[in-house]
Design a protein around this ligand. Structure first.
Ligand code: C5P
Length: 404
């Protein structure tokens, strides 16, 4: 789930760093927006480091005309690309501006442009919290369906004691998880995802493999499960934990991956073939460890089964998504694979330069069977995974009979 974390200007702003960290630990991506007041308490760098994303601080953040134009509509983009708006701490001022629709900085403008669920975690002096003006604003915001994480009682930074303390970060993240549980737009689907590399043996101790980390496939599996799908993740050897609620089947070779995919295909309505399957394997792996010698030697190779191409032939009404990792000619190669492997969507990405393989970030091109091409600009794999699922949604609706 993609979270915009708005940080208001109160002393509790430092606690928002812990909220960001916990949300990320729970598999969410966090885009931070700081008000001018918040920046008096905490440096944007703290949040940029924790979230791995640029922190948004101003409505008009740059001097050049093009950059000003881009930043003038940035709040619309941020509003569209995220699933939930959380403000922690929500100061009396933020609550008042939200309640009255005053849009005089990035956060309050974003609030008006945002159509998803809103979670507010207020923090302020106890008298400010109890003031009828604040309470009226809270009532207005509640009437719009916004969720409040109530402030706790305790010692306040201003030296008094009473209600007004920001709720504990764990409670705030629990409210986000609750929103996530409600957002179940992939319910009813069974998604088969393959991920990671394969390892093709040379002898009992050596193998041929590739740099795939499995992160893109795991992010897709996690996002689909969080959105209500039943997910079977068929994974090559990677150093990742299985996401919560996902059934993982561990495989090693392309042949094992093929067998696992075919065994679970019947129940799938969507297949996402994200694994970096080896294209070749050693024709006859040695049964004993190959001894070192000074002489050069040649390994005879043979092609592995092309799992995706086979799925393309037998997919029926299932939605079939392939991946094409390329070092050049991305559009041409992805289109060729889309057609030759009979997929509904091909996700193309360039590999190298800290992207694609063995990296936390990706930038992809989605090529649809109907000819549509969509570019998803560079972002974390969690964000890219959510965007891919968003883009597949209309195709699922247009395939009423598939897989069921
Ligand atoms: O042809 P190429 O290997 O570049 O195509 C990539 C796509 O095909 C990926 O979705 C990958 O998972 C799949 N593939 C496969 N079986 C192979 C090789 C690739 O399913 N043996």
């Amino acid at each position: 789930m993609r979270v915009v974390l708005g940080v208001g200007g109160g002393i509790a702003a430092y606690k928002a760093a812990e909220v960001a960290r916990l949300a990320i630990q729970n598999g969410m991506s966090v885009q931070c927006v700081m008000t001018a007041g918040a920046r008096e308490f905490v440096q944007p760098l703290t949040f940029a480091t924790l979230t791995g994303q640029k922190v948004i601080t101003d409505l008009f953040s740059s001097q050049s005309p093009e950059a000003t134009l881009a930043s003038a509509v940035e709040h619309i983009g941020v509003a569209q690309e995220n699933d939930v708006l959380l403000v922690a701490p929500a100061t009396a001022n933020v609550l008042a501006r939200f309640a009255h629709g005053i849009a005089d900085d990035f956060l309050s403008t974003l609030y008006l442009a945002f159509t998803g669920p809103v979670v507010l975690a207020p923090a302020m002096n106890n008298n400010m919290w109890a003031h009828p003006a604040t309470q009226a604003n809270v009532a207005t915001l509640r009437s719009r369906g916004h969720r409040f994480v109530e402030p706790g009682e305790g010692f306040l930074a201003c030296g008094t004691t009473g209600p007004g303390r920001l709720a504990e970060p764990a409670q705030i993240v629990e409210a986000l998880l609750e929103v996530q549980r409600v957002r179940q737009d992939w319910q009813g689907e069974t998604v088969l995802v393959t991920a990671g590399p394969t390892q093709e043996p040379i002898d009992p101790v050596r193998f041929l493999s590739n740099r795939s980390s499995g992160r893109m496939g795991y992010a897709l599996a996690q996002a689909a499960a969080q959105r209500g799908a039943k997910v079977v993740l068929i994974s090559g050897p990677v150093a990742l934990h299985a996401p919560a609620g996902v059934e993982r089947i561990a495989v090693r070779t392309a042949e094992e991956m093929r067998a696992a995919v075919l065994a679970r295909l019947a129940e799938a309505s969507v297949v996402i073939q994200c694994a970096a399957v080896a294209d070749y394997r050693v024709a006859q792996p040695s049964e004993r460890k190959i001894k070192k010698s000074d002489a050069a030697f040649t390994l005879a190779m043979e092609p592995t089964p092309d799992i995706l191409a086979e799925l393309g032939r037998i997919k029926g009404h299932r939605l079939l998504v392939g991946f094409a990792a390329e070092t050049g000619d991305l559009e041409k190669e992805a289109l060729r694979k889309l057609e030759s492997k009979n997929c509904d969507v091909m996700v193309g990405n360039l590999v190298g330069e800290g992207m694609g393989f063995d990296s936390g970030e990706n930038e992809v091109l989605l090529m649809f069977r109907g000819g549509e091409v969509v570019n998803l600009p560079r972002a974390s794999k969690t964000v890219i995974a959510a965007q891919i699922l968003d883009r597949l949604a209309p195709l699922r609706a247009a395939h009423p009979a598939y897989g069921r």
